[in-house]
Write a protein that binds this ligand. Structure first.
Ligand code: SDX
Length: 428
């Protein structure tokens, strides 16, 4: 039975096909709307608009469900590893052992960076925010690997670009951090796993040995899994839109990094910790700050709270909150920010303003507390989000390019001046 939506425009009836997804989500396919009716739709912020069909990630904001390629985030966080999840997102299936070994080995073989990229760091001020550095470096990779610019690149060339991104971004991220300290950079060690290598490059010093703590390594791996994809969020949509012009994947990812940096998106994890520190310095106490968050005349918002899609708990926030207690206990860390965060959450969840608007903690509310416990500095928090989200961006780009989707080019409704004649300056 073909379902359709009927709309009456200027007394005329039009039928638009209904498309239903594999989880029962309903949509009205408006592909033919303008050609048939001359009308377009209007939806600022795309709050009601599906930009694509996708088989990568399913989330149900009302029920707090998140699945990558059909596997629940809870199972993957408990049983999988970040590289296995990256393979799953990009290729659609969990890898067999030989496939995962090959994927891991190829990434290991590409962790080194062209030494000429180190000269780029000299152009940044020492206090450069690492997200600005990473966006520049990701785009610069397209100049070091010009083959990636060819829009008709072969599947092998695309696979090499994907491998280079997954392999080199952690190296470049740690170099941005070391550069900000004026410390010598560390080179990757092929004997280490993905997260252990990152921690080694971040924290090893020439003057002392650095041993990776397996608890820290596991916690980092779990955090990266939890950030790996989230369907058509702001940065993934940016990667898709930029990528739809057939620009290099490096440049599309650079656009995604820039978009993620925003405080309403991935930049919120840094804002949360800065907010908790401010509340701690102010003597704590959730009531004053919740009142500020509710006051429309006050620019303060409860960062890490609320979500465009989740109108129930963000399942990732629930997992991270549990991991917070576990990691801080294992590392013997007592961070007052965690107590303040828990107090804020408890107070907000019983406050009418937050309950009415269905505002719950999101992925960014507790993640910064763990990153800090792992020794990651605050302005690197959003870089950690980007490293986690990288396989998701790649999967979204690959799906969009693989389907040969057209260049993204939204319409608009013009509300400016109608035709008028030029007036010479002496007559204005
Ligand atoms: C991420 O999309 C994704 O999937 C993103 C992400 C991913 O994995 O990619 O999940 C990652 O970006 C998480 C979100 C991180 N951002 C923050 O934590 C910033 C704080 N949150 C808000 O700015 C806000 O909740 C957004 C941006 C997340 C969502 O904004 P929406 O969907 O546009 O909702 P809105 O701003 O229209 O808010 C609805 C109401 C408003 O009040 P009224 O006008 O109805 O009176 O809720 C209020 C807002 O003022 N509100 C908040 C609030 N968030 C929303 N009030 C106080 N504090 C907040 N945090």
């Amino acid at each position: 039975m073909s379902e359709f939506a009927e709309i009456i425009l200027d007394g005329k009836s039009f039928k638009l096909p209904i498309f239903t997804g594999s989880e029962g989500e309903k949509s009205i396919d408006i592909t033919s709307l303008r050609a048939e009716t001359g009308y377009v739709t209007l939806d600022s912020g795309y709050k009601n608009t599906g930009s694509t069909k996708s088989a990568i990630t399913f989330l149900d904001g009302e029920k707090g469900i998140l699945r990558y390629r059909g596997y629940s985030i809870e199972e993957l966080a408990e049983k999988s590893t970040f590289l296995e999840v990256a393979y799953l997102l990009i290729n659609g299936e969990l890898p067999a052992k030989a496939e995962l070994d090959h994927f891991t080995t190829r990434i290991r073989r590409h962790t080194l960076v062209n030494e000429d990229m180190r000269k780029i760091f000299d152009g940044f001020p020492v206090n450069a925010h690492p997200m600005g550095v990473m966006a520049a470096l990701a785009s610069a990779m397209a100049t070091f690997y010009p083959g990636s610019i060819d829009p008709n690149r072969s599947p092998e060339a695309i696979d090499l670009t994907i491998t280079r991104l997954l392999a080199k971004m952690p190296t470049l991220a740690t170099w941005a951090y070391k550069n900000s300290l004026g410390h010598p950079v560390n080179y990757p060690k092929n004997s280490l796993g993905y997260c252990a290598n990152f921690l080694h490059m971040m924290f090893a010093l020439p003057v002392e040995d650095y041993e990776v703590d397996p608890d820290v390594e596991k916690a980092l791996d779990t955090l990266l899994i939890l950030h790996a994809d989230h369907e058509q969020n702001c940065s993934a949509s940016t990667v898709r839109l930029a990528g739809s012009s057939q620009v290099s994947l490096y440049s599309a990812v650079s656009a995604g990094i820039s978009s993620l940096w925003g405080p309403l998106h991935g930049g919120a994890n840094q804002q949360v910790i800065e907010m908790l520190e401010k509340i701690k310095e102010d003597g704590g106490g959730s009531k004053k700050w919740l009142d500020k968050a509710k006051d429309k005349d006050d620019p303060f918002r409860l960062m890490g709270f609320g979500h465009r899609v989740y109108k129930n708990f963000d399942p990732r926030a629930k997992i991270i909150k549990v991991a917070c207690d576990k990691v801080l206990n294992k590392l013997g860390i007592n961070d007052p920010a965690l107590d303040i965060a828990k107090e804020l959450e408890e107070a907000a969840l019983s406050d009418e303003y937050f309950v009415e608007r269905k505002l719950y903690p999101n992925v960014d509310f507790y993640s910064g507390i763990i990153y800090r416990a792992l020794g990651i500095p605050t302005d690197m928090f959003t870089v950690m989000f980007a490293l986690g989200r990288l396989p998701g961006w790649i999967a979204q780009w690959k799906e969009m390019r693989g389907e040969g989707q057209p260049i993204g080019r939204p319409r608009q409704i013009y509300v400016g001046e109608q035709l008028r004649s030029y007036v010479n300056i002496d007559k204005r």
